[in-house]
Design a protein. Structure first.
Ligand SMILES: [Zn+2]
Length: 266
C-alpha cells in the first residue's frame, strides 16, 4: 500500500501514482517528469530505495521513417541494471549488429516488459508500427463503444469513473477491453488504497487525452479526422470549449491540477 500523507500526495499526484507501479511490483522502471535533487519527490525515492536517472536514447521508437531520434527520458528504478539492459540493445542497433527493424522491435518489447505492460499490448504496439497506429485504432474503438460519450457525461456530472486499462499515459492497450491491461489498473488501484479516487481520475484524464488527440486530428485530414469530426459535430459548446482549453496544455501539469482540485473539495 502506498504510504504518504495526503498533503504530499496532492502536491504531485501523477508522481505518486506512477511510482506506485514500481512499489506495487508492477513495473521495474517508470518514466516521469524530472524533479529536483532537493525535493519531496527525491526524498520519497530515497526513502523507498528508488533511484532516478536520465536515460539517453537514440533509436527511434516512434512511428515513421526516421531511425535515429535522440531523446532523453527521466526514469526511476530500483536497480540500474534495467537501464543497462536497454542500453545494450541500443548499442547493438547503433553498431549495426542488430538490424534496425529487429532492434526497434526488441527495444519495444524489452521496455514494455520493464514498464510492466501486458505482453499482448506490447506485441500489438510493435506490430502497429507497420500498420495503422495502435493509438488510432484505440481512439476509433472509444468512439464506437461509447467510451468517450460516457467519459464526457461523467466529467459533466462530476462523477468519478474508472478506466483501469488506461492506467498510464503513453500506454495503449491492444484492445479497449484487454483484460490483462485492466488487471494492471485493478492491481494498481488496490495498491493506492486511500488514494484510489486520484488514480481513477487519472485514468479518466488518460482517456480524455485520447479524446484530445482525436480533437486535434480534426484540424487535418486522415484516418481519424472523419470519425472525430462526426463526433464533435454532435457535441455542445461546453465540450468543445473544454477541449479547446486543453488542446495545448502541459498534460501532466493539467492532470495534477485537476486531481488536486477535485480531491481537495471532496
Ligand atoms: Zn493487451
Amino acid at each position: 500500500m502506498l504510504r504518504v500523507d495526503l498533503r504530499s500526495f496532492l502536491s504531485n499526484p501523477v508522481f505518486f501514482i506512477e511510482i506506485s507501479r514500481i512499489l506495487g511490483g508492477i513495473s521495474k522502471i517508470v518514466a516521469l517528469k524530472p524533479f529536483e535533487l532537493q525535493s519531496l519527490e527525491a526524498e520519497f525515492c530515497k526513502r523507498n530505495g528508488l533511484k532516478a536517472f536520465f536515460l539517453d536514447l537514440k533509436v527511434s521508437r516512434i512511428l515513421g521513417d526516421s531511425k535515429i531520434s535522440p531523446m532523453t527520458l527521466f526514469v526511476v528504478t530500483r536497480d540500474k541494471k534495467f537501464l543497462k539492459a536497454i542500453q545494450r540493445v541500443e548499442n547493438r542497433v547503433l553498431s549495426g549488429e542488430l538490424s534496425f527493424q529487429k532492434g526497434r522491435r526488441r527495444l519495444i518489447e524489452l521496455e514494455g516488459k520493464l514498464f510492466g505492460y501486458p505482453e499482448c499490448c506490447v506485441k500489438a504496439y510493435a506490430r502497429s508500427k507497420s500498420n495503422i497506429p495502435l493509438e488510432t485504432k484505440l481512439i476509433i474503438e472509444c468512439f464506437e463503444s461509447g467510451t468517450f460519450k460516457s467519459l464526457l457525461a461523467s466529467l459533466k456530472n462530476s462523477r468519478i469513473d474508472f478506466f483501469p486499462q488506461f492506467f498510464t499515459m503513453n500506454f495503449y492497450p491492444c484492445h479497449l477491453e484487454c483484460r490483462k491491461a485492466k488487471r494492471v489498473g485493478i492491481k494498481l488501484v488496490k495498491f493506492l488504497g486511500d488514494f484510489e479516487n486520484a488514480f481513477k481520475l487519472r485514468t479518466m484524464l488518460n482517456a480524455l487525452y485520447l479524446l484530445r488527440v482525436a480533437y486535434k486530428s480534426t484540424f487535418y485530414n486522415g484516418n481519424l479526422s472523419k470519425k472525430a469530426k462526426e463526433f464533435f459535430n454532435l457535441q455542445d459548446g461546453d465540450v468543445l470549449g473544454m477541449l479547446e482549453a486543453i488542446v495545448d496544455v502541459d498534460y501532466e501539469l493539467f492532470s495534477n491540477k485537476f486531481i488536486k482540485r477535485v480531491l481537495q473539495f471532496r
